[in-house]
Design a protein around this ligand. Structure first.
Ligand code: ADP
Length: 375
């Protein structure tokens, strides 16, 4: 069942189109992320769901009820912001109790609910502390406890971890996931952090230029991006603008060449694409090749691999759990990522080696029609 329906929602600010015809459903109990670069319309959409902004056109329904014209306090959404938005003059207990007091909840029940909410975020012992006596991570836990205390039907999170340092951010990501699963609440997270969205979400909606670019599970948006925008935004990527070669492979695979890449002067990079990747040949295709899909050999090329080439390293960066390389042909460069430890000792720019990839690792992103006019 869908908990939230966003139907043809657009939002214009004067001439600026922040959202254009966004259509999506968030399922009951789902952890859903709205992911995209800064300015793509994520917060605008979250604020429209919360009721802080009205759409220029379109509808929002929550739990089957059209809430498009309802004010925020009638939508039963809990919200957590990037800057925590705690009341500085109230202690932790009073902050969490705030919404319950407005609801005029009886004292004993209120106390039980606050204790329950604080224990959910592991802050029972901090009830008497003031916000300024807490770390960033603890403050964000209080904000989550406060949002959940009123038992909303939907939890909306607007970049809640952006103010935390990298290590704490990772810890809080686990915490968020644990809390969400424990409570089972339908949750929408707004984030510009690909890794955060991939690791936390059941499904992701990728926004770009105010439009929904792709809707899918983390594995799908990473492995099968809908277009160039999604491929480039989620992770690192090599893009190869290829055109069909005249000759067809004896194995029945299709051959493509990349005019922008040359293995020797005047000789374009060419490769085979199996029928598992493309059902038929097209006149030109933009392929994606993820850096971690390229394998590397120091001294000799792998046996039997068609897509193997000799390259010269132009850049080597060690990032702890992996090594990122740039490898150049006579013309054109690829990014490669191999897990550490891969090399006995770190290679250096200027070193020559062999690279290879499997035909299935080439993912077609944009296809141009062939001469028969078929896609
Ligand atoms: P994101 O959350 O993805 O960073 P926003 O939803 O905040 O993006 O903004 C989307 C676009 O709408 C941006 O171009 C932004 O400048 C514009 N925008 C957002 N709020 C307003 C506003 N109140 N007035 C005018 N333009 C706005």
């Amino acid at each position: 069942m869908s908990a939230i329906q966003i139907q043809h929602v657009s939002r214009h600010f004067g001439n600026n189109i922040a959202l254009e015809d966004v259509q999506l459903e968030v399922r009951e109990g789902e952890f859903f992320s709205l992911l995209g670069p800064s300015g793509c319309g994520k917060s605008t959409l979250l604020n429209i769901i919360a009721g802080f902004l009205k759409p220029t056109s379109g509808f929002i329904s929550i739990g089957g009820q059209d809430v498009t014209d309802l004010p925020p306090y009638h939508r039963n959404c809990g919200m957590v912001f990037q800057d925590y938005a705690l009341f500085p003059h109230l202690n932790v207990f009073e902050n969490v109790a705030y919404g319950l007091k407005i609801q005029k909840m009886p004292r004993q029940k209120l106390k039980e609910r606050v204790v329950e909410s604080l224990s959910l975020v592991h802050l029972e012992k901090y009830a008497k502390r003031m916000p300024h006596q807490l770390s960033g991570g603890q403050r964000q836990r209080v904000a989550i406890a406060r949002a959940l205390a009123v038992q909303p039907s939907v939890l909306l999170l607007d970049e809640p971890l952006s103010n935390l340092d990298a290590k704490l951010r990772k810890e809080m990501q686990f915490e968020l996931r644990r809390i969400q699963k424990r409570v089972g609440i339908t949750t929408i997270l707004v984030t510009h952090d690909q890794e955060e969205a991939l690791s936390l979400s059941d499904r992701i909606g990728v926004l770009g230029n105010g439009r929904l670019q792709q809707l899918g599970a983390p594995l799908d948006v990473y492995r099968k991006p809908a277009n160039r925008f999604v491929a480039e935004f989620i992770g690192q990527v090599n893009l190869l603008e290829a055109r069909a070669e005249e000759r067809q492979d004896s194995t029945g695979a299709y051959r493509y060449e990349v005019p922008g890449f040359e293995v020797r002067e005047g000789v374009p990079l060419s490769f085979e694409v199996s029928r598992n990747v493309l059902k038929k040949p097209y006149s030109s295709v933009l392929f994606m090749l993820r850096p971690e899909r390229i394998s590397i050999w120091l001294n000799h090329p792998p046996e039997g691999s068609e897509n193997r080439r000799r390259v010269t390293l132009t850049d080597v960066s060690y990032i702890g759990n992996a090594i990122r390389l740039k490898a150049a042909f006579a013309k054109g460069e690829l990014i490669i990522q191999v897990p550490d430890p891969h090399f006995p000792k770190l290679p250096k720019p200027g070193d020559e080696m062999y690279i290879a990839w499997e035909p299935e690792d080439l993912v077609p992103l944009e296809i141009k029609e062939d001469e028969h006019g078929c896609r």
